[in-house]
Design a protein around this ligand. Structure first.
Ligand code: PEP
Ligand code: MN
Length: 263
């Protein structure tokens, strides 16, 4: 059902007035994790000031170590929703288990399924039964075919509002956190009718690569870019090395807008 052979036209998903997949790149910015009301409100203000329509922020965080910050859960989602409402933004946030879906759904506009859950089939079936868009991230060791099949689980359960997100895969290369599989973008665009995003933060894991990676994503035909922004990355409770501060966010966004005008 996600195949181009089944449906030739691009799927366009309208989120808070933004037409994702219509040919003009969309942007999702926000902190790695929701840490406080003040933190998310600052980021929401900066995003809203650019006329953007979406904010991200993790509340249920899938951390590698059980001793790392696990996220604020539902309280965090409520903070994110309050900040989003103040600046007319849609909320994008990850859910890690179907058990959280019911409590979280009222505070979510886009449900993110993270890389670690790309083949959590019960979660895929659960988000297939809601009528909100799903941002599905590629598993760090998933092939493109497995990624497409994960999306197929969602659409087969009844939800065709799916955004695919390339977020880097695990290779032998250590210079970046993951290896951004940039060619996955045009392959996914050819094989499926779904919008395709690139998460430049988790793929590169390097602040200095966020801009070139986003340019590459846009140039190769991505429908959108996701990147993390935090008011004070040095004290961030997760992903401190790669989040942009608010000044860097301004410069980054200006540079990307200039780059896009060349096309
Ligand atoms: C995230 O976007 O917050 C995240 C945890 O990313 P990923 O699932 O791609 O690792
Ligand atoms: Mn992160």
């Amino acid at each position: 059902l996600v195949s181009r052979k089944k449906k030739a036209e691009d799927t366009i998903i309208t989120i808070n007035g933004e037409r994702v997949g219509d040919g003009t790149p969309s942007f999702i910015f926000g902190p790695c994790a929701v840490e406080s009301q003040e933190q998310v409100s600052k980021v929401a203000e900066a995003i809203g000031a650019k006329g953007l329509r979406m904010i991200r922020g993790g509340a249920y965080k899938p951390r590698t170590s059980p001793y790392d910050f696990q996220g604020l859960g539902l309280d965090g989602l409520k903070m994110l929703k309050a900040a989003a409402e103040q600046y007319n933004l849609a909320v994008v946030s990850e859910i890690v288990t179907p058990h959280h879906l019911e409590e979280a759904l009222p505070y979510l506009d886009v449900v993110q399924v993270g890389a670690r859950n790309m083949q959590n089939f019960e979660l895929l079936k659960a988000v297939g039964q809601i009528n909100k868009p799903v941002l599905l991230k590629r598993g760090m060791s998933a092939t493109i075919d497995e990624f497409i099949n994960a999306a197929e689980y969602i659409i087969a359960s009844g939800n065709d509002q799916i955004i695919l997100c390339e977020r880097g895969i695990r290779t032998y290369e250590k210079a970046t956190r993951n290896t951004l599989d940039i060619s996955a973008v045009p392959i996914l665009k050819q094989e499926t009718h779904l919008p395709v995003f690139v998460d430049v933060t988790h793929s590169t894991g390097r602040r200095d690569l966020l801009l070139p990676a986003a340019k590459a994503a846009i140039a190769i035909g991505a429908d959108g870019v996701m990147a993390e922004v935090h008011p004070d990355p040095a004290v961030a409770l997760s992903d401190a090395a790669q989040q942009m501060d608010l000044n860097q966010f301004d410069e980054y966004y200006d540079a990307l807008m200039k780059f896009m005008k060349q096309y």
